[in-house]
Design a protein around this ligand. Structure first.
Ligand SMILES: *[C@@H]1O[C@H](CO)[C@@H](O)[C@H](O)[C@H]1NC(C)=O
Length: 125
């Protein structure tokens, strides 16, 4: 739990491990509902915007360019409360904390994901 000026939220830390160059899913779920506002950030500790969705569409104007063309939501799953983001071409620089913020009709949900990227390219067999 942590407190902000606007309330107290349950925060879940979810650990995800992905392999460099592969596609990774950063999980986030909320109580389903239409017209959700979704913001995904890479916390570096700056809040780097990696994906946003509201008014029933992706809103990528402020997306950090390192994430351009690499992020997508599962649009058919949104009404079921699945706000997971898919990240392609994962690299070691992507490692770290991610924060998913969802406002579904006033119900706020915040999730934290800890992404670990394993790079096996330089390993000898
Ligand atoms: C969201 O949907 C994707 C694609 O179907 C699936 O892989 C993932 O497990 C789902 N996540 C949750 C939290 O339901």
């Amino acid at each position: 739990m942590f407190k902000t000026v606007s309330g107290t939220f349950n925060v879940f830390f979810i650990r995800v491990t992905c392999v460099a160059t592969e596609t990774c899913i950063l999980p986030c779920s909320y109580q389903g509902g239409s017209d959700a506002l979704i913001h995904w950030f890479h916390v570096t500790p700056q809040y780097v915007r990696i994906h946003a969705y509201y008014h029933n569409q992706d809103q990528l104007y402020f997306q950090n360019q390192r994430y351009r063309g690499r992020t997508s939501l599962f649009k058919d799953q949104l009404s079921r409360g699945n706000a997971s983001v898919q990240l392609t071409g994962v690299e070691v620089q992507d490692q770290g904390r991610y924060r998913c913020f969802v406002n579904a009709g006033g119900a706020i949900k915040v999730s934290l994901v800890n992404l670990k990227v394993e790079d096996t390219r330089n390993m000898t067999v």
